[in-house]
Ligand binder design. Structure first.
Ligand SMILES: Cc1cc2nc3c(=O)[nH]c(=O)nc-3n(C[C@H](O)[C@H](O)[C@H](O)COP(=O)(O)OP(=O)(O)OC[C@H]3O[C@@H](n4cnc5c(N)ncnc54)[C@H](O)[C@@H]3O)c2cc1C
Length: 404
């Protein structure tokens, strides 16, 4: 085990620069256009695929092949510093890949994860479909059903998923469904819906407040038949788990929660990227913009806002790097991943709002990027576990009590 250190190794410094250069040269100049178009930025995904940034190998590199855990937050901060909407368009397939990795066998990971990405000239998408119209935070309330047809060795899925990134346009959908409604969240399993499967369609596509370059839509599952081997983890393991739950044994794994838990420090790093973009931009602006015959930064009220922004961003980066390191070493004690995600969402919303204040009228118009960053920041209080759900997780961890 490596000790916790803030020092990035040579590989991580190169990774940071590589992602930063792509964010600066390719993503930033395209950000306003794709925000307005509210469409998946296919040309950017293609460019990212060409350099290997949109690929399962990149995901494996930052999520798995790093003994420190820091490569992921370092890379994601840079990517989302470029733009959170395009960043999410690039990373959403990773949610599907993480869902497969969390619940699948190694054969299933090898078969399906590459299909979430495709390759240059043939870019593919993955989607992770857990949330439903009547069940977001409350994962025990999912209603999408999976019923096993033993005669055909097929699973039949029915239900509606909502708020799904890449939903309905993905090649691979990872769907969380109920196999035994009596068992709540412990009666669920994750399934692969392969490309072009009959019965899966896109419902409403949402028009959003922020991260608009990332496609978000409903996924309708109407008698979707998938082969038995599309059950992640396999039937034997599922039957064993269900039997254990029915006998009242304590089972830790909840299909959806596993995925969310492993991704929280990574999501925090995305929010930090947005906050840092706004901080850097407003710092430069404050040095150049003159009012009453001097740069506005010469007023303490402006300079102190920037001092607070720098401090808060550094503080949450420390929380996030600690959480990423603990995550890599199975060391979570007080829900440190949730702490990082909670604080990062708040800092991103607050820092982007302060940046708007520093820009004055220019902060409020779409000719300047700060209002977009502010719109983008809010998602970090909502998805991958809302602000209140993070507080719930933390309060249970610190108290050891079942806080409701
Ligand atoms: C842009 C976007 C992309 C998304 N991408 C995906 C995706 O790819 N896949 C996917 O499966 N989902 C996705 N989601 C869904 C997202 O994870 C949910 O929106 C989120 O979990 C919240 O669920 P909800 O919207 O149903 O809110 P609810 O769960 O209904 O919560 C509403 C409010 O009540 C609060 N609340 C709920 N329960 C409690 C409690 N016990 N204590 C205190 N407060 C509580 C919440 O904090 C919130 O403020 C996405 C959402 C958005 C907006």
């Amino acid at each position: 085990m490596t000790g916790f250190s803030l020092r990035l190794n040579e590989d991580q410094l190169q990774l940071q620069k590589w992602v930063h250069d792509f964010a600066e040269d390719v993503i930033r100049p395209a950000a306003a256009e794709w925000d307005q178009r509210e469409e998946t930025p296919w040309p950017i995904l293609e460019q990212a695929a060409e350099i290997g940034l949109y690929s399962w190998e990149f995901l494996a590199e930052i999520m798995m092949n790093d003994p420190t855990g820091l490569s992921s937050p370092v890379a994601l901060e840079e990517l989302f510093w470029g733009d959170a909407g395009i960043g999410m368009a690039i990373m959403a397939s990773g949610l599907a890949a993480a869902g497969i990795a969390a619940a699948g066998t190694s054969e299933q990971v090898m078969e399906w994860v590459p299909q979430c990405y495709g390759g240059p000239g043939d870019v593919k998408l993955g989607a992770f479909a857990a949330s439903e119209p009547d069940a977001g935070s409350d994962v025990s309330a999912y209603r999408t059903r999976a019923v096993y047809d033993e005669a055909k060795d097929e699973w039949v899925l029915n239900g509606t998923k909502t708020w799904i990134s890449n939903g309905g346009i993905a090649d691979i959908h990872v769907v969380v469904a109920v196999v035994d409604p009596k068992l709540g969240s412990k009666g669920q399993a994750s399934f692969i819906v392969p490309p072009n499967t009959a019965g899966l369609s896109m419902g409403q596509k949402f028009s959003k407040h922020g991260i608009r370059a990332s496609h978000t839509a409903e996924v309708v599952l109407d008698d979707v038949r998938i082969p038995g081997h599309c059950l992640l983890g396999g039937k034997e393991k599922l039957d064993e788990k269900l039997a254990a739950v029915r006998e009242g044994k304590h089972i830790h794994s909840q299909a959806a929660m596993q995925t969310f838990e492993s991704t929280r420090p990574a999501v925090a790093a995305q929010a930090i990227g947005v906050a840092r973009a706004a901080y850097e931009y407003s710092l430069e602006y404050a040095k150049e913009r003159h009012a009453f015959g001097r740069p506005i930064i010469m007023n303490q009220s402006i300079a102190f806002m920037l001092a607070d922004m720098a401090t808060e961003i550094d503080a949450v980066r420390l929380l996030t790097h600690r959480a990423a390191w603990l995550g890599r070493h199975n060391g979570f004690k007080n829900a440190e991943g949730s702490m990082a995600k909670l604080k990062a969402g708040r800092v991103a919303v607050w820092a982007t709002e302060r940046a708007m204040q520093i820009l004055g009228g220019y902060g409020f118009v779409s000719d300047y990027p700060v209002e977009r960053w502010h719109r983008d920041a809010k998602i970090y209080d909502i998805f991958e576990g809302t602000e209140q759900i993070q507080q719930l997780v933390i309060s249970r961890a610190i108290s050891g009590m079942r806080i409701e």
